[in-house]
Design a protein around this ligand. Sequence first.
Ligand SMILES: Cc1cc2nc3c(=O)[nH]c(=O)nc-3n(C[C@H](O)[C@H](O)[C@H](O)COP(=O)(O)OP(=O)(O)OC[C@H]3O[C@@H](n4cnc5c(N)ncnc54)[C@H](O)[C@@H]3O)c2cc1C
Length: 200
Amino acid sequence: MSYSQRAKREIRRQLQKILGANRLLSGPEQMAPYGSDSTKIFQPPELVVLPSSVEQVCQIVKLAYSLRFPVVCRGGGSGFAGGAVPVYGGVVISMEKMNRIIEVNPDGYSAIVEPGVITQDLTLEVEKQGLAYPPVSTIGGNLAHNSGGLKSRKYGVTKDYLLGIEFVTGRGEIVRTGHLAEDASSPAVREPWESSPRSP
Ligand SMILES: Cc1cc2nc3c(=O)[nH]c(=O)nc-3n(C[C@H](O)[C@H](O)[C@H](O)COP(=O)(O)OP(=O)(O)OC[C@H]3O[C@@H](n4cnc5c(N)ncnc54)[C@H](O)[C@@H]3O)c2cc1C
């Protein structure tokens, strides 16, 4: 996507206001790792941002919506579908700083985690409590792909473990589903996956 230099400066200025200067990457060497995934398709981003809260993600998406620049969310960059590659340019929102395991509840067989948690870290954490979480990569990427992994034949894929999501819409609004919704009996957004080829 092409922008005027002026528009680029304004986008950068506003993002810096939201995140602070050290959460913005703009050098070609710094940004190169964010231009590809396991497909090896390469398209360098125009900026990379590293938010650390849902509120910051909302503000970034609202800004993108109002100034009309593309954003691409990135977890671990291990996907085989090119979904994390910024093929239209724009801003990559990397989830690497949103990597907190907020709560593990062994009685409820549940955990609340941020999207950038590396799945292996969650697996190790819940194993301490006698639980298991078999899928791979980051939680956000797993959700977006409804991933499985080697253990999925026996233990199921990501949707089988999902109780609720807090997500940011394309207009920067927060939506909560399932156990995180006010009405905890609401579904955890399973419908789009019912026809997924990875569903067992
Ligand atoms: C060695 C290897 C083996 C694999 N084996 C399997 C397998 O057996 N079964 C299987 O199902 N899959 C498998 N995969 C693919 C797996 O589905 C993906 O690698 C993984 O789910 C992607 O997670 P990620 O965090 O790396 O996401 P990324 O590659 O960074 O992103 C993947 C997609 O998710 C989106 N995304 C990421 N985070 C968020 C977020 N927070 N919010 C919204 N969207 C987001 C991205 O925009 C992109 O569209 C394998 C991958 C590898 C590398």
